[in-house]
Design a protein. Sequence first.
Length: 415
Amino acid sequence: MAMRWFRDDFYSPRLSRRARRELLGGGSFKRRWPEWLGSLPFVSAAALMSIVCAAFVLVGAGIALAVVKPWQAATQQQADQPAPTQAMPEGGMSMLHELIVEAVEKVNPSIVTILSGIGDADSVMELGMGSGVIYEIRDGRARIVTNMHVIDEGTVVEVVLPSGERKKADILGGDVLSDLAVVEVDASGIKQAAEFGDSSKLKAGQAAIAIGNPLGLNYALSVTAGIISSPQLTIRMPAANGSTESLVDVIQTDAAINWGNSGGALIDLQGRVIGINSMKVAQSGVEGLGFALPINEVRPIVQMLAEEGRVLRPLMGVRTQDLGLLPSEERARLNLPDHVHTGLVIVEASAPASHAGLQADDVIVQLDHQPVRDFLELRKYLYDNKTIGDTLEVTYYRNGKKQTATITLADNAGQ
């Protein structure tokens, strides 16, 4: 069975008519939202404790063992000898609960609901909903990171604070490839920004807590707890606009991430944001596969979006086709050596690649002596390792002869 990624059809920025009727009763920000906001639940420490207890029933004891039983080493049991039962140390689970409650209470004031629609504030035809994280307060303005797919089709964006206060937001920038966006609101009434952690130090089995607004404002600031299943995983997924695929580095967690959690925070036990919740696997029989964008990847992108309105990326200047997708007769025309099975065939070369001598039908096989098999690998290498103005050594075949060229990378603005 094929695996499907979904952000928000499940996370869709465009709700179905049925969902919109259930959530909005008709579809006007001004007419309907105040009814919700008047009854917006404010989560107390006691309520959070109940949520955490429920989460542990679902997640199981794995997280508890990882956090409060480091002394319980795994031993090989004899086949005919049952494993001895070890009791939970008195107060151990309570200590873990307290850590989670403290972490949630620390970050909660920085978690907001993002609402986007098409039209104006009086008449909204479509509505997207997600979560956001306040990461900076400066000069009377608060900046919030969220997912691009939450707001990309909206002309009206509003932010709902944990207190229920509603603020009109300005979009500073968005990026479909990273699926990140930054919006800004007036900072009055906003007390604090979230603290970013260091996602490079994460380990499998470490506790992870997801905070967001699944299924709308009636579930605002919901908390789920789990573990980090993989601290660094590269997956192939569609861009926010669905137009192309990308190779994306993510954190895998079994903390439940549901519709509306998009753009919310994945935090550690110290209340530091270690990732931005983004997606999960939509496949029958699959549970516990949620993904967050690592905060170390998010931080520089958010800074560029806030300052430049876009992500500054290098441009190589080639339009390519994956060699492995070519029919055999087309491959034969390229006169490649028998051992060359992967690479990128240049369909069209423009500046700066053309200035370096590259042309149509050249077959790129290496970048800076690193093998490159397809377009996604080429783009990931460029965007992860290069900036505008850097040089790139390209190894390629032309009429069966191996050659190299050095490209000075340009700005991809408008590409």
